[in-house]
Design a binder for this molecule. Structure first.
Ligand code: F6P
Length: 526
């Protein structure tokens, strides 16, 4: 199906006109005063996640026009193509089927039918691999001799598992310490190894490609350390999570858990890359995590677009980026457990949608991914919220709040109530503002925010929250007509680093620009 580029649709022109006449001057305070039902009208419950969009600069008309834009850009058809297993990652000729990793296995698998249905076939493979991975996770959990698990991976092979393990710490098995090493800076690996013993350590080498320089350098150093400590049983102390099983075998690892090229790195937490999480929360917990994500998949796949939360969020992102011109979004999880949430979302959204050409490779005349940034609340309040309230630039904020602490609440009285009071107050202050006699104490207000609310932070609700974000990124990417599933922009720097590395040793600066040559000479070992 061919659809016009989004900025050439009638809906885009209508949104532009609407922005000029009403969007630009929209005032949240007035909107609430005029519509006693605004909260109800602009909020919704999706699986595990309640979302209040009412403090955003939208009205019924802007929402209707955004839905028309989605329609004219073929959003539903693009979504359906992904769920049908079409090769929507057109620059790498790959399907995009991370949703399949969390689909419930059919009660009975019938190979004869599966043969004519590649999705069923793939799903059967997913279930076999998942079962093996979860059995292994349980085995590690019950192995008292293993006390420390070190995940070596970067990007999608680090951010997702690390974020989720921290988020679900309350569900984690006691007695196992999980460490994450990603940076090629040896200080990171050395710092972790300092406290470990070879005989009680399990290394997970997590790399979709098994070629990433950082991960391979750290993995080789970990293996050398292990052997130097007298460790010899590589099969017991190293496992690989990868699509490149051959390379893992060449490295000397025999315990491998695979996945498929239709799982993008930043969408791989649901695959073998999730092993650290499975070790932390157990097989049943991991299946709950998948089930929560699956519930959100079903919502995205089947809910009418007007009541489809990923669609509403993705369209809001387009509205803010292309019409209001907001260039960033601040991520504010009011939960210390979600402290890696902003970093996780940075890769998910900026690596997916940080593209300047359309699917046809032609430059686009409009903006795409915003910058995502943030820290957990309340910490951010004491750092950069000054700018959010009184700076010259409007930055939409996306809050996440959790109604109650999970199954083993800490027993420090008053903390959670204070935390919730703060998140509500910040959203309120951004919107309301405050007029004061002096300019320094004036708050302009009318600053937008979205409020995502979980009843509890559990494996299922975290799964749903992540899937919500994945699909929301899909939605804005689909409207923009970009390929959200490649990442060519990371390649150039990798190639140049390979050229520069030997020059740092031999001092060769031939062919380098003046700045790189000057810096290289100063950085050479003295
Ligand atoms: O360099 C970017 C990237 O390719 C990410 O997309 C990916 O998540 C990360 O590197 C790690 O890749 P791998 O899992 O293959 O080591």
């Amino acid at each position: 199906m061919t659809t016009p580029r989004c900025d050439k649709t009638a809906a885009w022109a209508a949104l532009q006109a609407h922005f000029e006449t009403r969007g630009k001057a929209f005032d949240l305070r007035e909107a609430f005063a005029q519509d006693g039902q605004r909260f109800e009208n602009f909020s919704q419950q999706a699986p595990h996640v309640f979302a209040d969009l009412s403090k955003n600069l939208i009205c019924a008309d802007s929402q209707a026009l955004l839905l028309a834009l989605a329609d004219q850009c073929g959003l539903a058809q693009q979504r359906d193509a992904m769920f049908a297993g079409a090769q929507i990652n057109t620059t790498e000729q790959r399907a995009v089927m991370h949703f399949l990793l969390r689909k419930q296995p059919p009660a009975q698998y019938i190979p004869a039918q599966a043969a004519i249905n590649k999705l069923a076939d793939a799903q059967a493979e997913v279930e076999t691999t998942l079962s093996a991975m979860l059995d292994y996770a349980e085995q590690v959990r019950s192995d008292a001799a293993i006390t420390d698990i070190v995940n070596i991976g970067i990007g999608g092979s680090d951010l997702g598992p690390q974020m989720a393990v921290l988020a679900l710490d309350e569900f984690a098995a006691s007695g196992k310490r999980l460490h994450f090493v990603s940076n090629i800076d040896g200080a990171e690996l050395a710092g972790v190894l300092r406290g470990l013993k070879a005989e009680s350590t399990l290394f997970l080498v997590a790399s979709k490609t098994f070629t990433t320089t950082e991960t391979m350098t750290n993995a080789h150093s970990a293996k050398a350390w292990f052997e130097a400590q007298g460790g010899s049983h590589i099969a017991r102390h190293f496992a690989a999570l990868t699509t490149n099983v051959q390379a893992a075998n060449d490295f000397g690892i025999t315990a491998t858990f695979g996945f498929w090229d239709w799982v993008g790195g930043r969408y791989s937490l649901w695959s073998a890359i999730g092993l650290p999480l499975a070790i932390a929360i157990g097989a049943a917990g991991f299946r709950d995590f998948l089930a929560g994500a699956h519930a959100m998949d079903e919502h995205f796949r089947t809910a009418e677009l007007a009541r489809n939360l990923p669609v509403r969020l993705g369209l809001l992102d387009v509205w803010y980026r292309n019409f209001h011109g907001f260039s960033s979004r601040s991520i504010a999880p009011y939960s210390s457990a979600l402290r890696r949430w902003p970093a996780y979302l940075q890769q998910l959204e900026m690596e997916s949608n940080g593209k300047r050409v359309g699917k046809d490779g032609q430059p686009l005349p409009f903006d795409t991914s915003p910058v995502l940034w943030g820290e957990p609340g309340t910490n951010g309040q004491h750092a950069y919220f000054q700018m959010l309230h009184q700076g010259t630039t409007v930055v939409p904020v996306e809050f996440v709040a959790i109604r109650q602490a999970a199954h083993s609440p800490h027993d420090l009285p008053g903390h959670h109530t204070k935390l919730l009071a703060n998140v509500l107050a910040q959203a309120q202050a951004l919107m309301r503002g405050k007029e004061d006699a002096g300019g320094h104490r004036d708050f302009p207000g009318n600053r937008p925010s979205t409020f995502l609310l979980l009843d509890q932070l559990t494996p299922a609700s975290l799964g749903a929250l992540i899937a919500l974000q994945e699909h929301r990124v899909f939605v804005s990417g689909a409207v923009w007509g970009i390929n959200s599933f490649d990442q060519w922009g990371v390649e150039l720097g990798k190639v140049l680093a390979k050229d520069i590395e030997p020059r740092l040793q031999n001092g060769d600066i031939s062919g380098l620009d003046g700045s790189t040559a000057g810096l290289l000479q100063r950085l050479r070992p003295g």
